[in-house]
Write a protein that binds this ligand. Structure first.
Ligand SMILES: C[S@@+](CC[C@H](N)C(=O)[O-])C[C@H]1O[C@@H](n2cnc3c(N)ncnc32)[C@H](O)[C@@H]1O
Length: 277
């Protein structure tokens, strides 16, 4: 499977004006001033960038400038229940990287005694904390700032180290260093999982196995009005079809996205380079 470097989603091939057309139009080059120094180093390494031409940059601006809009989309693009069911349960510690507003985090709470959610974007961390408090789990999950390539966690920290729609092989969004960091933080015999992966060959070459769960999947918007509004921004090539169907549910194939039904994982060996415990 090939695709662009936007975490999780493969860009719709049928968009005549290129990936993320409407999203890219929402922001201007000066918006990169919203990044902290650490963020700028990863997301605009040459110091400048034009979101009109760079869909990955546009997504990073979305997280910081319109985090509630992003949260509405992530809430609608639910994970296949098989993905969460597959993850280990009853473990001591779980670390999630690139936790966003908690699409996966909220479902990890029942699987581990302690959950740490690492997320670089302050506006997304705020939404995640708010959700945790509202759900009565404010003290169960530690939400901290951090990046794939420099995780603020000790060696062998967690039984499960997971990223959902966040990791790519590109250095600013993980890369070889980021994967090595996830593996460093995972205890021997623990599991590193990349959910909704889009560079399977790259992961397979690094010892990751693939699991996918079948069945029809739809984006579940809260209302038909929201389906139209968010499709116009995030799946503009499908907005006409969404209107024609008149339904709050949009099948992923109509949206032009690969559904969030899969993961790549590795069980960490007990000895470096050895077999799993
Ligand atoms: C598409 S969102 C997914 C968020 C969440 N995991 C979910 O499934 O809803 C991608 C996330 O990756 C985070 N991210 C981007 N670059 C990162 C990096 N270098 N290190 C850690 N997280 C990163 C973003 O801030 C954002 O929260």
């Amino acid at each position: 499977m090939t695709g662009p470097e936007v975490p999780g989603r493969l860009i719709p091939a049928k968009d005549p004006n290129g990936p993320g057309r409407e999203l890219r139009r929402r922001y201007v080059p000066g918006d990169v001033g919203v990044f902290t120094r650490d963020e700028a180093r990863r997301f605009v390494p040459r110091g400048d960038g034009d979101p009109h031409h760079d869909v990955v940059l546009a997504w990073e601006l979305l997280y910081r400038l319109e985090p509630e809009l992003y949260d509405r989309l992530a809430t609608a693009e639910r994970l296949h229940p098989g993905v969460v069911d597959w993850l280990p349960r009853g473990v001591d510690r779980i670390a999630e990287v690139g936790a966003g507003t908690g699409r996966l985090t909220m479902q990890l709470i029942d699987r581990g005694q302690h959950v740490v959610a690492v997320e670089p974007a302050l506006p997304l961390r705020r939404i995640l904390r708010r959700k945790l408090v509202a759900a009565g789990h404010g003290d169960r999950v530690r939400v901290i700032r951090g990046f794939f390539d420099q995780l603020p966690l000790p060696d062998d920290f967690a039984d499960l180290v997971v990223a959902c729609s966040a990791f790519t092989p590109v250095p600013g969004h993980g890369g070889q260093t980021g994967l090595a960091e996830m593996e460093r933080v995972c205890r021997p015999g623990g599991c590193v999982a990349i959910i909704w992966p889009n560079h399977l060959d790259w992961l397979a070459a690094r010892g990751y196995r693939y699991v996918s769960f079948p069945g029809p999947m739809s984006v579940e918007f809260g209302s038909y009005a929201e389906a139209v509004e968010l499709s116009e921004i995030f799946y503009p090539q499908a907005a006409g079809e969404v209107r024609r169907r008149g339904c709050r549910r949009v099948p992923f194939e109509v949206a032009g996205l690969n559904p969030p039904r899969d993961l790549a994982f590795k069980i960490m060996p007990c000895q470096p380079g050895g077999t799993p415990c």
